[in-house]
Design a protein around this ligand. Sequence first.
Ligand code: PLP
Length: 409
Amino acid sequence: MSPVTETATHRVFAPSANIALLKESATIAVSARAKALRAAGRTVIDLGAGEPDFDTPEFIRRAAQRAIDAGATHYTATEGILPLREAVVALAAAEYHGDEPITPADVVVSNGSKQSLFNACFVLFGPGDEVLIPTPSWTSYYEMVALARAEAVPVHGDPTNGLKVTAAMLADAATPATKGLMLNSPCNPTGSVYDRSELAAILALAEERGWWVISDDIYRQIAYAGVAPSLLELAGSRDRLVVIDGVAKAYAMTGWRIGWAIAPRPVAAAMSALQSHTTSNAAAVSQHAALAALTEREAAGDAIARMVREFHARRDAVVAALADEPRLPFVYPEGAFYLYLDVSATRGDERSGAGTRFARHLLDAHGAAVVPGAAFLTPDWVRLSYAAPRDQVLEGVRRAITAFRELAP
Ligand code: PLP
């Protein structure tokens, strides 16, 4: 494109009302900046990314290769191949003991769990609706709710309890317009895990108020006291529950783009109809890879255990390294692969929050990338991902402590 055309386009392009409030994903923006610095010859430790640094296990890669040779190169049903939906049902049915058994018709396979989350928001919420989002939460929840033209209502969690919310906090934030809530445990960005009693209280409130609950279970298997509790295990009914999961994190399969939703049948049908007009099915070969991940349980169990063991060891190492700087508080991570640091002591007179200044200083002066907490509506914090080799993670933490001491002498 010539520079003249580009200028003209810039002049005439007025974003539609659909994306008026849309912000670039801050987590992706940080990784892009780190990559750009690397391309310019700097050595950068990237602790910004939210993806496992392991290869997809070999048995899954082999299954995908076999599937290609067997012809998995065509469209599939929009909602995904039946064996994969059956595999999702088999795993979920082992946990769910409420009314209305789960069937493959309640499952929609999508291009990553991100698409399932978006589709769920888009079919359940609309103008005039308020959606409660425990905060901090993953940056995309706020944007997805806004894209549905509903209002995201951040409910700030308790810093003395892992920045988690309670049922009482959600009740306080609710109005007659509240239509639902989004929950993520283990949580990105804090690594906090909701225990059974916390989840049961939230579920009881949602049931009493008739709210939809979207439970994002993507990190459930990456938890250090065993698989994290799920709303699915506790729910007596699935009438207003949508459970989202996928293979990206637990199986180190981010690039394959397979997620799914388990939803009440009419909701699943609406999500599938929406997807049929946007992306159609998730890639056929990826669905077969995910099928292997979900059905070859012994190999999958070994692979997950190996990765979780390593994340666990890094978590312990990071927490031990932070003992060097007692003025730097953090949420004790019980799952996922994130460490959430409170850098409010470095606050200057900037408006953007201490986290943004800290992250910029850490990247520019010390070559380590972390995500500013503004992305998660908590601007005095930063998120450090320990999904990177252990020596790099520890070096990143040392540099973060140095940066902290420079900004908060
Ligand atoms: N949910 C949360 C909380 C995440 O952190 C992420 C990815 O970072 C996703 C969902 C998206 O995962 P997927 O790769 O399955 O779309």
